[in-house]
Ligand binder design. Sequence first.
Ligand SMILES: [Zn+2]
Length: 437
Amino acid sequence: MTLRLLLALSALLFALPAAAQLSAPEQRMIDTVAAEQQRTLDLLERLVEQNSGTMNHEGVREVGRIMAAEFEAIGFTTQWVEAPGTDRAGHLVARHEGSATGQRLLLIGHLDTVFEPDSPFQSFTIEGDKAIGPGVGDNKGGITVMIAALRAMQAAGTLADANIIAVLTGDEEDAGEPVAAARAVLVAAAEVSDIALDYEGLSRGDDGEDMGSIARRSSSAWTLEVRADSGHSSGVFSEARGYGAIFEAARIIDEYRRVLRLAEPELTFNVGLIAGGEEAALDTDKIRATARGKTNIIAPIALARGDLRAIDQGQIDRTIARMQAITAQSLPGTSASLSFDPVTYPPMAPTAANQALLDRLNMVNADLGLAAMAPLDPMKRGAADISFVAHLVPGINGMGALGEGSHAPGESVDIPALWRQANRAAILMTRLTAEPR
Ligand SMILES: [Zn+2]
């Protein structure tokens, strides 16, 4: 062999690992994502230019119509699901029925943004590698990645047999209440699915590397109500008068801090509002309190509100038990009760099944010549819609766009990352839907 031939062969060998593990349909999907870049950016622009603040119900429905047409063009059936009684626009459900017996996927995204029509930030622009606009990352870039990946599957013939339900909620940024009604459609879809993939934003690590997202903490709120004997302040600490509600509230809250701060590494716990005195009350939204008191009156009432965020149900249960035990040890002349609101977001625990899915995604990464994605610290991200189904199906989040400045004017996404994410998603969905259940 000539030296030139040897060099050519070794160059080929070095080039091979990146693409060697991709099947012909997988390579076809990558080619389709690349060929459709302009189409994908045009779709993103149309989605962003249509305002869909959560309370702009007609705007949310219009984004739903744009997305419904995208799904129908590749063989999905779509349905607009109203959310009666929740004062929200409703949700788009798109179904693809395949003949295969492979894993059934639930894809999650959302149509709404935090930018209502009165926001000054309304239009779509491109600057270099960045697309800028309201909701461009959260979540319009994500649902655009979803469509780009599904179109690639369709072009490569790997969508035909796949069983997929996509649920795009219309109120992710401010879920309607009751939450059970607002998320019923998502839960119902999860009950007939094997795996959930949420197209919320891709997370970055400290060195800018792509991270996997397999866990989200819960979010729930509590109310502490302390009642106490009242009287002239000169008698405070006496057996007859007791300590008053404010000292008791202070004892309880400080004890929560001492115990809970050290109890569990992934737990956070906050007190956000407190009021006490001769009179104290919370408003109906429980975000404002009024209080009145005098320095010489032992306070008969104190109220506090706060939240707790936990990694799994066991941590929530242990935390509630600890808080109740602290609350029950009353100072003389006082009594206290602690109550919990219905959970706003349940936890998505870092289960072995979720980690196994991330391992599958990392096999895709290896075959694409991309670095493996490590699991993101759940302390770094808030709750998400996938949290509502995490107890039903394994899942991963962060399948969507790589954004910056989400929820603020100037929100942007990295355009090349849209193609990277669409390639990952198309190959992962292809492999999962081809696997036996
Ligand atoms: Zn979002």
